[in-house]
Design a protein around this ligand. Structure first.
Ligand code: IVH
Length: 677
């Protein structure tokens, strides 16, 4: 039997391992071991702590979600007030800011600034005592905030204990808590499915999640935090540049925005603003501008403060992602699976630098809850590459004659009955492929990049082909009597040359692998991953069609539950779907490649493979696909169990790690050679 001392040692060792792997995963975004391996270590720690409650410490990684809910928020006085920033909305204001600083400091050459994205979240202050997270508070009015320690502890990227040995006895970290866009969209989508209220934007979602009395609720909300400044510090001499302090935050285990950069003078600031503005829509979280901070702490001290803001910093704001405008009309759009979506046609307005004239209302429930009517003034929002949406109505400005909108009884496109199963938020056109709108969307999906990938066959062309009743099913695309040089060249905006290019592109795709083919069919809720699993397990289309009404066989496949199994069954039961498949094969001469058993002979079969850097001969998706088609598994995390690291141009940290772990590294020429064998 192991002695208590021995167990204590084990617990400490496991804790260090869990902390290390959480840091890799949540802070560095670069896991070293598969999730299952991490789970194993975490559970072992939890088990030992449960058996030996005396060994549990508050900053153990198992203690993120505390016990019982609080009954109110206590106030916390900020030792050093949490200030705000002066705002600039124009280039001139930035030039003035930089000139004022040069004048005050009596410096002629360009000042160095730390330029950083201005995160649109909730300001937070977190105090660490002897390296252990002690108190976390919101900004409140700048002097007094609310104690949200129990909630901050649930954020996986916030360390419960500072990393490293060289730490202050007391440290106050300030930063921004935010909800990444993808998580926000997911949270709202789930709320919509359950007919619950949605959050207007990620900032409200973050604020709402932090202001929960029960940390168990917060723990379920995927929040993140970037550190951006320090408050009170004891027994530690900080570096003399802000940018170096940010680097120190990294060492202590915090996440710092990776877009931060040192720039010089107002020219540097403005160039930075432009560059961030360009990538704003592709950033995974919302920002509302950039912040310029004088980098040298000595200069910051000389400049000091004026009223509530530092003289050494400026927030340069972006155009707002939310605007108000008028709803001219509400239309109903029919999607690929018949789902009817209300769409607001708007008085065009520029939002975040992009003109917007349509916004989604998601579904009938949401339309009713928000009670949007024609003629209403509404607040709309766009962010990233998601479709703009109506957030709320400015009810006080409503016209007397504005009438409520009702779900139509018939499909606006084909006149079929609209059905809405009890308890479901989504109403659907029952017309199936009889409905031209559904047909168009099905064909667009069929030809799309991840399905048949027919180059040059875009949405507008498909609309024309369907409207002219040339193409009625996806099979018609491959029917040479329907799609040929004559018919294509007669379409709007098509020449003989572009028609020939399109025919060539179609011809190139007459052979397709089974997984892609299944995905292209557009069976409800059968995405790429499920298609791949189905293909790998059943190997031929015949076998899949054969088992399609055997729910037990289907549900044995990863990702397939009763709902998906039923969608598969219904799809293959319908004669017109079987007919389309027959026509694709017999008339369209499409060849569906079964998953070849012989692929298990390939060197990559059954191997775990990680990719880093860019290959010149194929995209990341194509590389993945070819490895999977040979039976290999592509993983994002590198461990000692990885068999090969494929290394392209500009590899990440994975290359070093692979060398350390003795993982076989394949450069592009060697990878291509092995592919062929
Ligand atoms: S520095 C003295 N840096 O913006 C002020 N603030 O209007 C020190 N914010 O509540 C703040 N991103 O929470 C700083 N990179 C960034 C920021 C940032 C967002 C927030 C901050 C503050 C507000 C100021």
């Amino acid at each position: 039997m192991s002695s208590l001392k021995n167990i204590n040692h084990q617990v400490k060792e496991l804790r260090a391992q869990v902390e290390y792997h959480e840091h890799c995963y949540y802070v560095l975004d670069d896991p070293e071991i598969p999730d299952s391996e991490y789970d194993r270590i975490y559970l072992r720690l939890k088990e030992l702590e449960e058996k030996n409650p005396d060994l549990v410490v508050p900053d153990s990684p198992t203690q993120r979600v505390g016990g019982s809910p609080e009954d109110k928020f206590n106030s916390v006085q900020h030792g050093i007030p949490m200030l705000s920033l002066d705002n600039a909305f124009s280039f001139n204001q930035v030039v003035d800011f930089s000139r004022r600083i040069s004048d005050r400091l009596k410096i002629d050459k360009s000042i160095s600034f730390s330029a950083e994205p201005k995160l649109d979240g909730m300001a937070i202050s977190i105090i660490y005592i002897d390296g252990s997270l002690s108190v976390a508070a919101t900004r409140g009015d700048g002097r007094t905030g609310e104690d949200v320690t129990h909630n901050i502890r649930t954020i996986s990227s916030v360390p419960l204990r500072l990393r490293g040995k060289n730490i202050p006895s007391q440290l106050e970290i300030r930063g921004e808590v935010f909800m990444p866009l993808a998580a926000f969209e997911k949270l709202n989508a789930r709320a919509r499915e359950h007919s619950e209220k949605t959050f207007a934007n990620p900032r409200n979602a973050a604020a709402g999640s932090l202001r929960q009395l029960d940390p168990k609720v917060t723990a379920k909300r995927p929040l993140d935090m970037f550190a951006h400044s320090v408050g009170a510090v004891k027994d530690y001499s900080l570096p003399d540049r802000h940018s170096e302090i940010l680097r120190l935050f990294n060492d202590w285990g915090f996440k710092v925005c990776d877009q931060n950069k040192i720039v010089y003078g107002s020219d540097g600031c403005l160039k930075y603003y432009e560059s961030i503005m360009k990538v704003r829509d592709s950033m995974p979280y919302e920002i509302d501008g950039v912040v310029y901070k004088v980098d040298q702490i000595k200069q910051q001290k000389k400049l000091g403060f004026i009223s509530k803001a530092p003289r050494w910093a400026l927030a340069h704001k972006f155009p707002a992602q939310e605007k108000t405008t008028r709803v001219n009309k509400i239309d109903w759009q029919v999607g690929r699976t018949g789902a009817i979506t209300p769409v607001a046609r708007l008085e065009p307005v520029s939002v975040g630098g992009v003109m917007v004239s349509n916004a989604t209302l998601h579904n009938i429930d949401e339309l009713e809850r928000k009670d949007v009517r024609t003629g209403d003034e509404v607040s709309i929002r766009r962010a990233g590459d998601v479709i703009p949406e109506v957030v709320s109505v400015l009810v006080s400005k409503r016209l007397k004659r504005a009438r409520k909108i009702k779900l139509p009884n018939e499909c606006p496109e084909c006149g079929s009955v609209i059905v809405r199963p009890e308890g479901e938020a989504v109403a659907r056109c029952s017309g199936g492929l009889f409905c031209s709108a559904q047909r168009k969307e099905a064909i667009k999906h069929f030809a799309s990049r991840r399905a048949f990938d027919i180059e040059g066959l875009g949405a507008k062309l498909i609309d024309q082909l369907v409207d002219k009743e040339l193409v009625k099913t996806p099979a018609d695309l491959f029917n040479k009597n329907i799609i040929n040089l004559e018919t294509l060249a007669e379409l709007d905006r098509m020449s003989y040359k572009s028609a020939q290019n399109l025919l060539d592109a179609i011809n190139l795709k007459r052979t397709i692998d089974l997984a892609r083919f299944l995905y292209a069919l557009g069976i409800r809720e059968v995405g790429e991953a499920t298609s791949l699993n189905l293909a790998e397990n059943f190997r031929t289309l015949e076998r899949i069609m054969h088992v399609s009404n055997d729910s037990e066989a289907l549900e044995a496949i990863e990702d397939v539950g009763p709902v998906v199994a039923n969608h598969i069954k219904v799809f293959f039961q319908q004669n017109h779907n079987r007919e389309v498949i027959n026509q694709l094969i017999s008339i369209g001469e499409v060849e569906i490649q079964s998953v070849n058993k012989l692929s298990s002979d390939h060197l990559f079969s059954g191997k775990s493979i990680v990719i880093t850097g860019a290959l010149t001969s194929m995209t990341r998706d194509e590389t993945k696909e070819v490895i999977q088609s040979l039976g290999g598994k592509v993983s994002s995390s590198l461990s000692a169990k990885t068999n090969y690291l494929i290394c392209g141009d500009k590899p990440g940290s994975k290359l070093l790690k692979a060398q350390k772990l003795n993982v076989d590294v394949l450069d592009e020429p060697r990878f291509l050679l092995l592919l062929k064998n």
